[in-house]
Design a protein around this ligand. Structure first.
Ligand code: DX5
Ligand code: ZN
Length: 220
């Protein structure tokens, strides 16, 4: 059977109880920590930055998946490596020289990811798919947690999966935004490998049971 990875988004954690929430994810069946970095320029919101990631990394015992929603991400590749990032994802829309950026991320020993805004067609990755470890398909407009899932995402997942297979690539497909028990299984069936879940996990009455449930319903 095939397991889908679950990556709780720390953006939805209680920042006044961050250590408690990190330990809770450590105890859960979650696979990765998803970390949303926003600069107030690429997206209309500012989340948290380097000192907070450093604090998270002290306690987190799972893969650190960093999603940069910032302009000109090349400036900070080494910084995020030093802060403990295992996977570094940049936005397609923020990179003029995406191929070069991907090589720079990998040269630092991290996995390289590319995120696509809802309006960005997956076909634009055709010429670089073999260089990408992870594609993050945004299923909401980036900038905020708690938004509702855009249904067009299923089509994009299928199209991307087909491209990955056709190119013999080993790229993982991650879905980010509005993931709940209502769409998780269908996303896994369409080809998603990793599901990010923020509000659905952290605002739940029992986050540990919620992660376990997501794991269970997305095992194919
Ligand atoms: C949105 C972020 C997401 C967000 C997901 O800009 O990239 O990772 O935290 O939160 P939910 O699951 O609440 O949509
Ligand atoms: Zn994210």
């Amino acid at each position: 059977s095939k397991q889908t990875l679950i990556a709780p988004s720390v953006l939805a954690a209680d920042f006044a109880n961050l250590q408690r929430d990190i330990e809770m994810i450590n105890q859960s069946e979650a696979d990765w920590f998803h970390i949303d970095i926003m600069d107030g320029v690429f997206v209309p919101n500012i989340s948290f930055g380097m000192p907070v990631l450093e604090a998270i990394n002290k306690h987190a015992k799972k893969t650190i998946d960093v999603h940069l929603m910032i302009v000109d991400p090349d400036r900070y590749i080494k910084t995020f490596k030093d802060l403990g990032s295992d996977i570094l994802t940049v936005h397609y829309e923020a990179c003029t020289h995406l191929h070069r950026t991907l090589q720079a991320i990998k040269a630092e020993g991290m996995k390289a990811g590319v995120a696509l805004n809802p309006h960005t067609n997956v076909a634009l990755l055709e010429d670089v798919i073999n260089d990408i470890d992870l594609v993050c398909i945004m299923s909401v407009n980036p900038g905020f947690g708690g938004q509702s899932f855009i249904e067009n995402t299923y089509k994009k997942v299928k199209q991307l999966k087909e491209m990955i297979v056709r190119n013999g690539a080993s790229t993982l497909i991650e879905i980010d935004g509005g993931v709940t028990n209502k769409n998780a299984r269908q996303l896994a069936e369409a080809g998603a490998d990793v599901l990010v879940a923020g509000s659905y996990v952290f605002k739940a009455e029992n986050p540990i049971a919620t992660v376990a449930h997501l794991k269970q319903i997305t095992t194919l």
